[in-house]
Design a protein around this ligand. Structure first.
Ligand SMILES: Nc1ncnc2c1ncn2[C@@H]1O[C@H](COP(=O)(O)OP(=O)(O)OP(=O)(O)O)[C@@H](O)[C@H]1O
Ligand SMILES: [Mg+2]
Length: 344
């Protein structure tokens, strides 16, 4: 097998087409992203069929743009990594089909990548990457999970949301406040103008032991609070603030528990909600008091992107690359099913 040098990464699991080139020695050489957010905003959520069609429209021009940005030609690429799951089946199939076809044409192996492993490893792309072991808090549009990470592929699920994901709760609460889909980031901006003590939201499932989460009740609490109050800007900001504070407190309480349970000293946050400024700041302050190091990716690598897939593909090249011509995607896929990687 060739010594891996450069991997092209393809991300198409939901509503972002992300393409990147990662060089094992130099690092990231190119990162291209096209977001379908405007397309889906009209419908208040992602429409799977439209997502697939838009990936098909954008993927080849983005690959060409990434190669141009990296100043490489196809002959310089040693492997093609693509998100094989979890995600929307039609959207995944676009990336998997193009990824496999390119790998076949370029006579290099393809590497199927787990989307959440991409989120989990995204902080490795930063200047001060975390060392193993660590607790990972994955907070995205579809997941809220606490994972014990002993190494690459050595994952144990410690807890997860039993209903809505954190990002989903942000987006649904934003919608109640009249903010277009996906409103999480805008809700957070509005929350900056909110008063901390006007409304107090519950901290779900923190009054009992365990590491699972539940966020759907917060959305109902928000709906009732919206209904019982006026819709002035300050009220919306106060509700946004109360909601965000409750989510952050809840996440912090469970992270502390997970760190205590595992005895690990490092916390890694990944997924779109980890771009949240208040979460990053408050978690860092809380964890500093407990002597825990907190790691997260730059905001554009918290939400979906090709860089994290190219990186995960590089890390998994030796163990998972293959030249099979079958196109298999896994819309549902547990991180615990991944193989451990002993050496890169
Ligand atoms: N600053 C922010 N504050 C709160 N939420 C945010 C912020 N930025 C993004 N989000 C939320 O992150 C989510 C998108 O993250 P991501 O792209 O990782 O999710 P996804 O890929 O749709 O889901 P998954 O990774 O679970 O498949 C959305 O719910 C969005 O509202
Ligand atoms: Mg994602």
């Amino acid at each position: 097998m060739v010594k891996v040098m450069r991997v092209l990464g393809i991300e198409t699991s939901c509503d972002e087409t992300g393409i990147a080139v990662y060089d094992q020695k130099v690092g990231l050489l190119a990162n291209q992203l096209y977001s379908q957010v405007k397309l889906h905003a009209n419908y208040g959520g992602v429409v799977p069929e439209l997502a697939s069609r838009d990936h098909i429209r954008k993927i080849v021009p983005l690959i060409q743009a990434a190669l141009k940005e990296s100043k490489l030609s196809s002959a310089d690429i040693n492997g093609v990594a693509y998100t094989a799951g979890p995600g929307l089946v039609g959207a995944l199939l676009v990336g998997a089909t193009i990824g496999r076809a390119l790998a076949f044409a370029w006579k290099v192996p393809a590497i199927p990548v787990h989307h959440m492993e991409g989120h989990l490893l995204a902080p490795m792309l930063e200047d001060h990457p975390p060392g193993f072991p660590f607790v990972a808090l994955l907070v995205s549009g579809g997941h809220t999970q606490l994972i014990s990470v002993m190494g690459i592929g050595k994952y144990e699920l410690l807890g997860e949301s039993i209903d809505d994901a954190a990002g989903e709760a942000f987006d649904k609460t934003a919608k109640l406040l009249g903010i277009d889909y996906p409103g999480g980031a805008i809700l957070s901006k509005i929350a900056q103008q909110g008063k901390a003590d006007r409304f107090i939201f519950p901290r779900p499932m923190t009054d009992r032991p365990g590491l699972d989460f539940s966020f759907s009740g917060l959305k109902t609490f928000a709906a009732n609070t919206v209904r019982a109050n006026n819709n002035e800007h300050q009220t919306c900001a106060d509700i946004a603030r109360a909601f965000e504070d409750a989510v952050i407190d809840t996440l912090a309480i469970k992270c502390k528990r997970a760190l205590k349970q595992t005895g690990f000293r490092n916390l890694v946050m990944g997924g779109g909600v980890s771009a949240n400024h208040a979460l990053r700041t408050k978690m860092s302050v809380i964890m500093k008091k407990c002597n825990i190091n907190v790691f997260y990716a730059r905001p554009e690598f918290c939400t979906d992107n090709g860089a994290m897939i190219a990186y995960a593909g590089m890390v998994r090249f030796k163990s998972d690359a293959n030249q099979e011509l079958t196109i298999v995607v896994r819309p549902r896929w547990s991180l615990e099913d991944l193989n451990p990687v002993e050496s890169i």
